[in-house]
Design a binder for this molecule. Structure first.
Ligand code: SAM
Length: 255
């Protein structure tokens, strides 16, 4: 046993997470919570620095841990909606700058957000946001070749890159996004694919959407990983969270 108290704490946490991963009662109660809370649109309940963010809190914390570890220079996101995830990324990039003794306004760190429809009230709120200087907004479909070109241009000479995919959740769209952007991810960094959980939910959970079991981000991830051994699913994150919209969606680039 280690005498380092921090290492002792981390060892206990790791052991607890391993127990969680094989605890059927915890896993089924989390599943039950997820399905019920989804019906109540639980993911809409939260804000980040005053902007609505459409995420589960567990995934927000996981994102913070990933960003703290990877220390990206560029975060490329698809799916802006009200801008909460964009503001989350911008705020994390500012914190990384401060931790490194950099002036956030002078550093090259930034988040690039792509959305097919940046509604005027959301654009205004982002334009008025104090962290707007960290953001680039691109309006158009994330798989339109001209939009892909614009978004990828920001990655030239940008150092460590992290990609986050949270737009249209059909299999074909996510597969096309992975093909368009995942190669920008730096070794040791992540491509985070949200809403993979659709594959694990009851059939018909999204009656007004084109995605369902068999046609969603998780099916795209599994197909894409078959041809991309340079990425692996970070199961430690899934096992830690238990409740997440992104099971099998935290993809770490290993070479
Ligand atoms: C789930 S919301 C994004 C939530 C946001 N990431 C957050 O955490 O607050 C999905 C967004 O994807 C956008 N979207 C849908 N189809 C798209 C496409 N083809 N290209 C880019 N964005 C798209 C929608 O307009 C919507 O704003």
């Amino acid at each position: 046993m280690t005498s380092d108290p921090i290492q002792f704490h981390l060892d206990v946490v790791r052991s607890n997470i391993q127990k969680q991963a094989v605890d059927p009662a915890l896993i089924s109660s989390a599943r039950e919570f997820f399905d019920r809370s989804h019906h109540l649109q639980y993911s809409y309940n939260f804000k980040w620095l005053e902007r609505p963010i459409i995420q589960y809190p567990q995934d927000i914390v996981a994102f913070q841990e990933v960003v703290s570890t990877v220390k990206p220079d560029l975060i490329l996101e698809t799916g802006i909606a009200h801008g909460g995830s964009l503001v989350l990324s911008a705020s994390m990039l500012c914190l990384l700058d401060v931790i490194e003794g950099l002036d956030p306004r002078q550093s090259h760190r930034k988040v690039v957000g792509v959305d097919i429809d940046i509604r005027s009230h959301n654009r205004k709120a982002l334009d008025d946001h104090p962290l707007r200087f960290k953001m680039e907004l691109i309006e158009g479909s994330s798989i339109d070749p001209s939009i892909v070109k614009q978004a990828r241009a920001h990655a030239c000479n940008s150092g460590t890159t992290l990609v986050s995919l949270d737009s249209n959740h059909t299999h074909d769209h996510v597969l096309a996004e992975l093909d368009a952007y995942a190669d920008l991810v730096s070794v040791g960094s992540y491509c985070i694919v949200y809403d993979t959980v659709i594959e694990d939910m009851p059939a018909g959970s999204f009656p007004d959407r084109p995605w369902d079991i068999g046609d969603n981000p998780k099916t795209a991830v599994h197909q894409w990983l078959g041809e991309h051994p340079e990425f692996e699913i970070d199961n430690d994150i899934d096992n830690k969270l238990v409740i997440s919209v992104a099971p099998d969606g935290f993809l770490r680039r290993i070479y």
